[in-house]
Write a protein that binds this ligand. Sequence first.
Ligand SMILES: Cc1cc2nc3c(=O)[nH]c(=O)nc-3n(C[C@H](O)[C@H](O)[C@H](O)COP(=O)(O)O)c2cc1C
Length: 192
Amino acid sequence: MKILALLGSPRKDGNTRAVLDMILESADAAGAITEVIELSELKNLTGCMECYGCQATGDEPGCVVQDDMQPILAKAMDADVIVWASPVFCWAPSWLIKMAMDRFFCMFKFEEGLEDPKCLLAGRKMAAVITAGGGEDDGADSVQETCRRLAQYSKTEWLGAFIAAKVESPDAIRTDKGLAERATAFGRKLVS
Ligand SMILES: Cc1cc2nc3c(=O)[nH]c(=O)nc-3n(C[C@H](O)[C@H](O)[C@H](O)COP(=O)(O)O)c2cc1C
């Protein structure tokens, strides 16, 4: 089974990377093939242009914006689990994650007569990994809800959010035994 994680921290080797690595290490050990895409490394990334060009294709993402999101959309189609990994930025997902999420709009196909759009990702699973400087109710809760709603609208199974609140540094994260135990359990959950 393939797990695709989209990492939305603008900081290389930051808090979210540290937590995500702990989780994916456990998923790897449980037999998953994992891949992390660092959105900050992409040179050419734009948001959804709201052109609805994607609605001309039925079974493919068909986004007409030719940038570095194209291979990510293809990888998402090929994944069993999609993980949104984001720091909390002003009570919301980071701008990189929001940009990528909006581009996933092309996965939805709005067919006449259907109340809900068809989603090309239906049947897959989604999860979130969230780090926050504040407590769980200082924005991590709203990021979790955004990801959960996206999973629900995508007709994917929601595996839940791993929240690391009040984090200080990658080193402090890596030496937090309680956090490591939770991360290991969450990694296994992604594979189950
Ligand atoms: C621009 C900005 C906005 C932030 N807003 C929040 C916030 O609303 N709530 C919160 O709990 N932490 C907030 N934080 C703290 C980060 O979420 C936290 O430090 C996170 O672990 C950073 O992850 P990273 O090192 O992977 O980028 C903010 C940090 C920045 C830089």
